[in-house]
Design a protein around this ligand. Structure first.
Ligand code: DC
Length: 224
């Protein structure tokens, strides 16, 4: 079960890169951020504060499922409801760092993530995939980009999705999430020692995909 681990902060193009790479190399794709988002939505629906000790039992009782959608996107269900759009709201984005800092929540979701590995090649994106979830992954990539480049990308995505967006606010939110995700005690965001660092600030999506496809064929080609 070769695994390609793709980690990095928000706004590096990670999701698009991981999804497109999986498509190019004929791999399954797993978006672990979507699991933390679904867990956060479960916590909000239960009326529990995101930083309280009560989040873990709520997440333990929630049935979170990820399945491939018709266009290569992931369909996320929470207790049988399709929540694929609901997990992308600002309300969820605002609380997800607090919920994902909970060590027990991480244990529960890591177990769920590992259950997705089977005989197929799997591209997994997240924050701790190469460090914690799949430490023996055949290829680990850490995508980086300057906070300004990442905020600019998020801002453009917001505008094209018809969402209101102020660049300075997006930059502040990127910096805030970076800080929370990289300073939390449980599995902080960091590159694995053996990860290949790819700075996407001045790269197009196609350039990033070409680089990663090359890495997959170098590292995994012979395993398949
Ligand atoms: O990739 P994303 O923006 O959808 O991730 C949402 C949040 O989930 C992000 O702020 C950090 C958290 N996360 C995590 O802690 N560990 C992961 N493996 C994936 C995401």
């Amino acid at each position: 079960m070769p695994v390609v681990a793709i980690d990095g902060p928000a706004g590096t193009g990670k999701s698009t890169v991981a999804r497109r790479l999986a498509d190019r190399v004929g791999a399954h794709y797993l978006d672990t951020g979507a699991m933390y988002r679904a867990a956060t939505l479960a916590v909000q629906r239960a009326g529990v504060a995101p930083d309280s000790d009560d989040v873990a039992p709520v997440v333990a009782a929630a049935e979170i499922r990820l399945a491939p959608g018709p266009d290569g996107a992931t369909v996320v269900t929470l207790n049988g409801d399709d929540v694929s759009a609901d997990i992308r709201t600002d309300a969820v984005t605002g609380d997800v760092s607090a919920v994902s800092a909970n060590a027990r929540v991480r244990e529960l979701l890591v177990e769920l993530q590992r259950a997705h590995a089977d005989s197929a090649l799997l591209v997994v994106e997240g924050r701790d995939i190469g460090t914690v979830v799949f430490p023996t992954a055949a290829l680990k990539v850490y995508l980086t980009a300057t906070p300004e480049a990442r905020a600019e990308r998020r801002h453009r995505q917001n505008i094209s999705a018809g969402r209101e967006s102020v660049l300075d606010e997006v930059l502040a939110s990127v910096n805030r999430r970076d800080h929370l995700d990289s300073t939390r005690e449980a599995s902080p965001l960091r590159a694995a020692d053996d990860a290949v660092l790819v700075d996407t600030s001045d790269m197009t999506l196609e350039q990033v995909l070409d680089r990663l496809t090359e890495l997959v064929s170098e590292r995994i080609g012979e395993l398949r």
